[in-house]
Ligand binder design. Structure first.
Ligand code: AMP
Length: 229
């Protein structure tokens, strides 16, 4: 249970829905910086578990490499533990969770235990065909996580991160054309039904997410401001 004296029941909870490559991570990181909300990415948490060799990580590794969804029990447990950490009381942006109806129901249950609710589930609407190109060229700074892309966003000085000066970059093992196809399929079969789920809760907001990163960030900022007003 949360401490009611320190934790406003209104701490915002936002969900970013959308297929791989829609820009959920990029936008969540921007919202984190602008509003002090905490980005909760189950993909990042799972990659950390794989790198650390935890039991959950070992169970998840092959599934992630195949572009399929990790089992609900693993992901819900990871999310529940992270959500219970003190910083999440500031409010959270969920990036990549929930991805199934079972996860969405579990989230509703976890939030209601602490008197919270979802302020908005924002669906980033994109053109599937463009996602393969977007994902295939992306990479991040190994030190600060800033995102780059072979075609769309290279560092100003080649080989040096614009944000932190880091010189090590990394690409995700699952950011290749074959795995992306499986990830898109998983999205349409298992995650897209959540659009109706949140529409039924009157929490759904759809935005066109094919434009410039800054324009989409502006639309999301307006949504967060309304949600936190
Ligand atoms: P992401 O970084 O969100 O693209 O996630 C990378 C991979 O981690 C996905 O393709 C899944 O294999 C796994 N994953 C991340 N979040 C979830 C989730 N909520 N449910 C199931 N699998 C997930």
């Amino acid at each position: 249970m949360m401490d009611g004296a320190n934790t406003p029941a209104t701490a915002p909870v936002l969900i970013l829905l959308g297929p791989p490559g829609a820009g959920k991570g990029t936008q969540a990181r921007m919202l984190e910086e602008t509003f002090g909300l905490v980005q909760l990415s189950t993909g990042d948490l799972l990659r950390a578990a794989v790198a650390a060799g935890t039991e959950a990580g070992q169970r998840a590794k092959a599934v992630m490499e195949a572009g399929e969804l990790v089992s609900d029990d693993i992901v819900i447990a990871i999310l529940r533990d992270r959500l219970a950490e003190a910083d999440c009381a500031k409010g959270v942006i969920l990036d990549g969770f929930p991805r199934t109806t079972v996860q969405a129901e579990a989230l509703d249950g976890l939030l209601s235990e602490s008197g919270q609710k979802i302020n908005a589930a924002v669906s980033l609407e994109v053109d599937d065909a463009a996602m393969v190109t977007r994902i295939s060229g992306r990479y991040t700074c190994g030190a600060c996580g800033e995102g780059y892309h072979d075609s769309f966003k290279q560092p100003a000085k080649a080989g040096t991160c614009d944000k932190c000066g880091g010189t090590e970059f990394k690409r995700r093992a699952d950011d290749n054309a074959e795995t992306v196809a499986a990830r898109l399929e998983a999205y349409h079969a298992q995650t897209a039904p959540l659009i109706d789920y949140y529409a039924a809760q009157h929490a759904l907001i759809g935005i066109d997410a094919m434009g410039e990163i800054e324009d989409i960030a502006g639309k999301l900022a307006a949504i967060v401001k309304t949600a936190t007003a």
